[in-house]
Each structure stands twice: as C-alpha cells, then as structure tokens.
Ligand binder design. Structure first.
Ligand code: NDP
Length: 614
C-alpha cells in the first residue's frame, strides 16, 4: 500500500475539482483508508483530494519553467489548433492517455495557474464528466472560451461575470431538452456522482459547547422535559411557581415501561413489513448509497387502525394522560439505553462509517452527538426508524389521548375548539412528514449527524412529550377561543405549512433530480462538488425558507392556548432558538462544502430565516 506523499501542514498545489486549475492549498489531514487528503483552500473551502490531484509547489514551478522554454510559436499553434478544430474531429485528448492530456492542459493554462492562485473562482470551472454543465446539458460559453480570457474578465468585472453565469445556469428547458432530459433522468449522470465531501476524519471543531456543553446537556435535556411536564400539571403554571419535586419511585412503573416497549417494537414490526417502495439515500463519503424502505405512512395507517380497535374495545386511552410522567420516564430510560448501545457498537464501526461531526475522540462528545452515521442491524436503519416512527406517530397518539382526557375530565360531549385546532394542526404536520418521508433523506439529521444521545433522546422523548405540551396544557387549563380567532389562526397555520412544504419539496426535488421539468424556471449557482445552490424560488427568498414556515406553524400551535401563561409558548420560543442554532451549523457546513460558491449565494440571498430581519 503506498504511503502518503504529502505531510499535514504542507503547502502544495491542489487541483480544483472539475477544473484544470491548481491552487495553493494546505494539507490538513490524510485518510489512510480512502487514501484521500483533506486540503484547505485559501478561501476556507475544505475538500478531499486524491494524491493525483495534488502536486508539490516545486514540481509545479519546475514544469512552469520547462514550458516557458518551449517556443512561443509552438504554444500559439497549439492553441489555434484547438480553437479551429472541427466539431466532427475527435478531440485530441481522447487519443491520448489521461496523463498526457492533463500535461498538455497544464501547459496551456500555465498563465492562469500562476496568476490566479489566490482564491478559486467558481466561474472558472471547466465542467467535467460529473459537474454542473450537466445540469443544463448545453455547452456554456464559459466552457468554450479559453480559460485565460475568463480569468482576465473575472478580474476586471467580477460582478458582471457572476451575473452572466447565474443567468447561464438557468434550468429553463431549451429546444433540444427532450434528449437532455433523458440523460438527466438516468441516475448515472447526476445521482451516481461521487460527492467530494469531507472524508470523515477526526472532528476538530466541536459544537454544543464541546465536552462540557454536551456533558451538561445530557442532564439538562431530561430535566427540562420533566420540569415542563410538572409545570403543566400545576393549576398555576406560572414560570416562577416551581413545581414540587416528585418522589422518584412515583416516576417509574414497570407496566408503563412494558407498554412503551410494546409500542416501540410494534412500530419496528410495521417498519419491517415489505410494503412501500425502497429508495436510495444520497451518496455517502465513500460513494456508497444506502437503501431505505419508505413505509412511514402505512405504519401510520396501521397504527390508526390499532388505536381505533383499542377504542372500539373500550380501552381507556387516557391511561396515557394518567401515566404521562411515567411514560416520559420510560422513554427517557429507553433512549439512554439505546444511546449506550449505539456508542458501544460504534467503537467497532469502520472509520468511513463514522459521522463527520461525532468523531472527536472524546467519549462524552461522541456519545452525545452520535459517533456512527448510519447504525444498522442488517437492513434495519436505527436512526432512520427513530426519526419518524415511535416518537412522531407517538406524538399524535398522545395528542389524541389528551383530547379524550379533556372530554372526560371536563365532561364534554365535544372537545374544545382550541384542542381541535392543536390536534388538527399537529396531525397535519406529522402526516405530512410521513407522506413525504423520502425528503428526510436529504436532511442534516440523516446526512451529517451521527446517531447518539442527542437524536435518540430528541426523537423518542423530546418530540412526543414536549411537542404535545399544548394539548397537555389544554387538558388542565381550558381555553375558549372564538370562531373568527380560530379562523385567523388556521390561516396562519396554512401559510406556514405552505412555505414549509413547498420549500422542502423544491430543495428535495432539486437534489434528487436537478433536471426535473417542474424546476425549469429556477436558477442555481454551480459548485465544485457537482451540486447546485438554488438562488431563485423559495431558496432565493431566504436561506432557510423551510425554517420560516416551520416557525410560523409553531406559533399557530401555541396561539389556541390563549395568553394567560407563557408555558404553551415554550415550543415556539425553543424552536426559534433551535432553528437559529441549526441554521448557523448548516451555514458553517455549507461554507466548508461550497467555499466561494456559498459566499456568492449569501451575497445573493442575504437573509437567513426572516426576510429583512435575520
Ligand atoms: P434543510 O432541509 O434545510 O437542509 C439544509 C441543506 O440543504 C444544506 O445543508 C444543503 O445541503 C442544502 N441547501 C442549502 N441551501 C440550499 C440551496 N440554496 N439550494 C439547494 N440546497 C441547499 O435542513 P434540516 O435538516 O435542518 O431541516 C429539514 C426540515 O426539518 C426543515 O423543514 C426544518 O424546519 C425541519 N426541522 C424540524 C424540526 C422539529 O423539531 N420539528 C427540527 C429540525 C428541523 P446539501 O447542499 O448538502 O444538499
């Protein structure tokens, strides 16, 4: 096995992917398994490069002097040959070996390489077999032009040039679109592209306050859940009216734990049923793609049938309300046990299967953020299953239990209008998530975050027990709202839902098939990784339009609880904080992935979540 040629910290020349250009980069690490170097460009972009795409600075200079000694007439004739070549004539490069061809290109572009090493400029990309040119299918003028001219143009009028390229990268269908669409729709062209992602190496930048922060979160998150639930049970749930601490043994009941286990494994059985299509996730850093069965919506229908049968046979669903704290304790204990299992098994996972953000080498940090990216037992993907099934469907069942408890406790023949709104809005949210289950495969949780305590606790405890706080609150604190107020809140929820759904679908469709005719009117910025960044449509409105829609909906879920207490607004307040933090994390990752292209995107779309505010 060849040993590495370049050392960490060494300054070398790295080829910018998809181009023939070399830039000064610093080697930051080397992956022995994938044989890839992680290098940092001067603009901060970090990419993984093969050794063949890296050259030492000295060899680069040597080649330069060699080529400059060749006769100018020879060089110019070479260029003119290239320009005047008949389209019918096979390109020279095809008759040569790849290395010869690269040498020749290097000679031709030497002037550019020498003069533009400071920062990579995205318009200089020469689209190769897997990059952005394929998005549009047409040779672009940037492609045809001599690259040195483009460099000079870029230096003189960068903004005009960027604008021109953005316009060129419109997805608008052209006359010969049909043929191109056939090419695009083949998975091979776009989806099989091996992404130039950062190869999982040691996590250098720790999030969530590092080791101390994550250690504290392991206690703080469960404490918050129990504090909120205890507050909600009080007659006066004012923030300063601290609830008395319950006896520890009152929080635990084995029967409740048994019911919880039954629930969890029933959902697992539903997930394992051979119904629903199987799709592939996005390519992993090693180019592999995992398969996922999409049957969340079927699981929901089966659960609805099971709950219906229970009610038919007079099972008192408000058992859930009566033992709510014990159920929360059972879910917390289960998620802790699951997290320990996940961490232990991750110690044996191959390096390439570890999460890019959860591989710090520090136990607490990796335990919290998740060490392994896609832990699976056979084909059963634990993270994917927990993301949408036991917690999310459980949330709807809890809400229903609260609705029945409200009717029973207050002796109502109909649930209150507030309770109906809260139940309906949140039911829509859950059904939407399950109906569009495939979209989760392009989210941060699946593609970036490992599966550890953070997601296990979040999915199994936080989502079902904190997100149902409004319904829980309404049982103990009846709130009356008028029909016009209910109508206004409904309009608000629909607006939020519309933004949330269309933004998520737009991005998901674009990621899955950028040549989708439905997206023909959208424009995007190409990036070196082969993926584009949408700059029109929802993603040209703000940088996270889906978060905006989600926050509007969160507000609509709290409003039916009136204004007597802030407690039911906990969700919307927490959610704004969560999404602002999440947005910052995502920006950081995108900056690393896309470098200058991301900066261009930020210039073009200045607001992160709230237009004209943030
Ligand atoms: P997003 O779905 O917002 O995905 C972010 C990714 O989208 C980026 O990393 C980038 O990935 C890609 N992207 C960013 N900008 C563009 C662009 N201009 N064009 C194309 N692609 C772009 O991330 P989340 O996973 O955070 O959110 C998914 C949904 O889940 C959201 O609706 C959110 O509101 C919701 N959510 C709900 C939570 C809850 O508790 N209810 C918690 C967290 C999220 P790449 O380029 O690699 O594809």
């Amino acid at each position: 096995m060849p040993s590495r040629k370049f050392a960490d910290g060494e300054v070398v020349m790295g080829r910018w992917p998809g181009s023939v250009l070399y830039y000064e980069v610093q080697v930051t690490s080397y992956d022995d398994v994938a044989h890839l170097y992680t290098v940092k460009y001067k603009d901060g972009t970090e990419l993984a490069l093969k050794e063949s795409d890296i050259r030492s600075q000295s060899s680069f200079k040597h080649r330069k002097s060699q080529s400059s000694s060749s006769s100018p007439s020879r060089r110019s004739s070479s260029r003119s040959r290239s320009r005047s070549r008949s389209p019918g004539r096979p390109p020279r490069g095809r008759r040569r070996s790849a290395s010869q061809s690269r040498e020749q290109k290097d000679d031709k572009k030497k002037t550019i390489q020498e003069t533009s090493l400071a920062i990579p400029v995205f318009i200089l990309f020469k689209p190769s077999e897997n990059n952005t040119k394929r998005y549009n299918g047409e040779p672009e003028s940037t492609e045809k032009n001599d690259t040195s001219c483009i460099v000079l143009e870029q230096k003189l009028k960068p903004d005009l040039e960027v604008k021109r390229v953005l316009e060129q990268y419109s997805l608008r269908p052209r006359k010969d679109e049909k043929k191109k669409e056939e090419i695009f729709s083949e998975k091979k062209t776009f989806m099989a592209v091996k992404p130039i992602e950062k190869v999982p190496t040691k996590t250098k930048e720790m999030e969530f306050g590092g080791r101390i922060g994550t250690f504290m979160m392991i206690f703080f998150l469960p404490a918050t859940v129990f504090y909120l639930l205890l507050m909600c049970k009080q007659d006066d749930p004012s923030l300063l009216n601290f609830p008395p601490l319950p006896a520890l043994d009152s929080l635990w009941e084995w029967r409740v734990f048994g019911v919880y286990l039954l629930w969890f494994f029933l959902q697992a059985v539903f997930h394992l049923l051979p119904i629903g299509k199987v799709v592939e996730g996005l390519p992993l850093s090693n180019g592999r793609r995992l398969q996922y069965r999409i049957n969340g919506f079927y699981a929901f229908l089966l659960t609805a049938a099971a709950v219906g049968a229970l009610l038919y046979f007079q099972f008192e669903l408000h058992y859930l309300y009566d033992h709510f704290m014990q159920f929360a304790a059972s879910a917390a204990a289960f998620s802790l046990a699951l997290s320990i299992y996940l961490y232990v098994r991750s110690l044996k996972a191959p390096e390439e299967e570890l999460a890019p953000g959860g591989n710090s080498g520090y136990f607490i940090y990796d335990f919290f953020t998740g060490h392994e990216l896609n832990p699976r037992i056979g084909s059963f993907d634990l993270k994917y299953f927990c993301e949408l099934r036991p917690g999310l469907i459980g949330w709807v069942v809890i809400n229903l239990a609260m609705l029945l408890a409200e009717m029973k406790i207050h002796n109502l023949s109909m649930p209150s209008l507030s309770m109906i709104l809260v139940n309906s809005f949140q039911l829509l949210y859950v059904v939407d998530a399950l109906w569009n289950e495939e979209a989760i495969l392009t989210t941060m949780d699946i593609i970036h975050d490992g599966f550890g305590f953070m997601l296990a606790f979040g999915d199994l405890v936080w989502v079902p027990f904190v997100y149902s706080l409004q319904a829980f609150y309404l049982v103990g604190h009846p709130t009356t709202i008028t029909w016009p107020v209910a109508a206004a809140i409904t309009v608000l929820n629909c607006l939020g839902y519309y933004i949330f759904r269309s933004a998520n679908s737009q991005k998901n469709n674009f990621r899955r098939n950028p040549a989708d005719p439905k997206l023909a009117n959208l424009k995007f910025i190409p990036t070196a990784t082969g993926k584009g960044l949408l700059v029109t449509g929802w993603w040209g409105f703000v940088r996270h339009p889906n978060y905006l829609g989600d926050i509007i909906m969160a507000l609509a879920w709290s409003l039916p609880c009136g204004f007597n207490h802030i407690l039911p607004y906990f969700y919307v307040i927490y959610f704004i904080c969560l999404l602002i933090h999440r947005e910052a994390r995502d920006e950081h990752q995108c900056k690393q992935k896309y470098g200058l292209a991301w900066e261009r995107y930020c210039q073009r779309v200045p607001y992160r979540i709230f237009p004209y505010i943030y």
